[in-house]
Write a protein that binds this ligand. Structure first.
Ligand SMILES: Nc1nc2c(ncn2[C@@H]2O[C@H](COP(=O)(O)OP(=O)(O)OP(=O)(O)O)[C@@H](O)[C@H]2O)c(=O)[nH]1
Length: 382
């Protein structure tokens, strides 16, 4: 009997306890979640090193008989003179902008309609209304003062004007050299789909081709494939990539990447960010946090805004929002091979007050070139 009473009492206690727990979980009381995963450091295949806890390099494990052969690490070509070598990729801008202007300017006498047409060509090529007017006014004065000219002189005059508008003296070099014992840090920002991850990967190749060592940070945790893409880019040139869990904290990945870059003693750490353009405040918060967290260990030397050259005014609007969210130091204009609107270089620099430092000229791994005003204008004028 005593056992029966004891058993019933036990059952009552269990039932009451279960009900209370159910009510608490329904009432929204905090539940304990598993801690977020820490960022991982991806070993570039074929370098022979292995990473232990905390991203510290440890001795490589002896190769097993089944291990697949390590892929060869590529040595990309140096970046100097790339724009000249890739000038044919600007053919669309050449045929519309360059040839259109040269044909009109070569006429024996230029009427008001001709000058209007010249202005229209410039505006259609995304040069922007004010700079187009300035170019036309300057050319008009030159033609009036100097009189009739041969084709070479016309070309030289136009070349000079376009270069003047692009700004031959703007500082276009990337700050990618190690300083004070720390790597240079480059943050790559921009709207998804503009070619941000691809540009980060191509930039790693540019730097490795120029003899630098690089660590990549896949802080675009919004899209898992972006991190996979970056790991592949890094592996091809022997650069480690630090990545985090999908939808993880981008700032923590950026922090770990810089930490890894310092530990490895590399020249440059490049951080690919997600920077979703939901709201300006959200964007500022995210990019600001990534930058602040990096700066706990090293200065951010470059903030490169990636812009798709084919998006015209839309791209400029996006650019403005990013420039307000973070201090941009340079622009990478992608997909210049796919547009006739080469004048966007002038418009975007004017809009943001920062120089175009890199141009994307195709989907190939080495189709990213340092921007040179003279070589660019020569390619456009043919
Ligand atoms: N033609 C051409 N295509 C380019 C260039 N740069 C990038 N692309 C292509 O643009 C597409 C988008 O590039 P991604 O690097 O994935 O774009 P993203 O901005 O990182 O986008 P998310 O990864 O979604 O953040 C890819 O198909 C690239 O190959 C370029 O200079 N020329």
């Amino acid at each position: 009997m005593e056992y029966l009473i004891l058993g019933i009492a036990l059952l009552v206690i269990i039932a009451v306890g279960g009900t209370v727990a159910l009510l608490r979980s329904r009432s929204g009381a905090p539940t304990i979640e598993a801690p977020p995963e820490a960022p991982q450091i991806t070993e570039p295949k074929g370098t022979g090193a292995d990473l232990g806890e905390g991203g510290v390099a440890t001795a490589p494990a002896p190769p097993s008989a089944q291990a697949p052969p390590a892929p060869e690490i590529e040595v990309p070509p140096p970046s100097a003179g790339r724009l000249q070598r890739l000038r044919a990729r600007l053919a669309r801008s050449q045929s519309t902008l360059g040839q259109g202007l040269l044909a009109l300017l070569s006429r024996d006498s230029l009427t008001d309609d001709d000058w209007d047409e010249i202005e229209d060509i410039l505006i259609t090529a995304d040069v922007g209304v004010t700079p187009s007017r300035m170019i036309v006014d300057e050319l008009r004065t030159r033609v009036r003062v100097d009189g009739k000219r041969g084709p070479d002189e016309v070309k030289a005059m136009l070349r000079e004007q376009l270069i003047a508008q692009i700004g031959p003296d703007l500082p276009r070099g990337l700050k990618v050299d190690k300083h004070g014992g720390n790597p240079a840090v480059v943050m790559v920002v921009g709207v998804n789909g503009t070619g941000k991850t691809t540009t980060t990967g191509k930039l790693a190749r540019v730097l490795v081709g120029d003899g630098k060592s690089v660590v990549l940070g896949a802080a675009d945790t919004f899209r898992a494939a972006a991190a996979d893409q970056l790991v592949t880019w890094g592996e091809r040139v022997g650069a480690r990539t630090v990545r985090g869990p999908e939808a993880g904290d981008p700032a923590s990945v950026a922090f770990e990447a810089v930490k890894e870059g310092i530990a490895e003693g590399v020249d440059t750490v490049i951080i690919d960010t997600a920077g979703r353009l939901h709201t300006k405040v959200g964007l500022m918060d995210e990019l600001g946090k990534v930058k602040r967290v990096i700066e706990k260990q090293a200065a951010v030397d470059e903030v490169l805004l990636v812009l798709d050259a084919t998006t015209g005014q839309n791209g400029l609007t996006q650019a403005r929002v990013f420039a307000e969210a973070v201090n941009i130091t340079g622009i990478a204009l992608t997909k210049m091979d796919g547009t006739a609107k080469g004048g966007i270089v002038i418009a975007v620099q004017r809009e943001l007050g920062v120089p175009v430092k890199l141009v994307g000229l195709g989907e190939g791994p080495d189709d990213l070139a340092p921007f040179e005003p003279g070589a660019f204008v020569d390619a456009i004028l043919g």
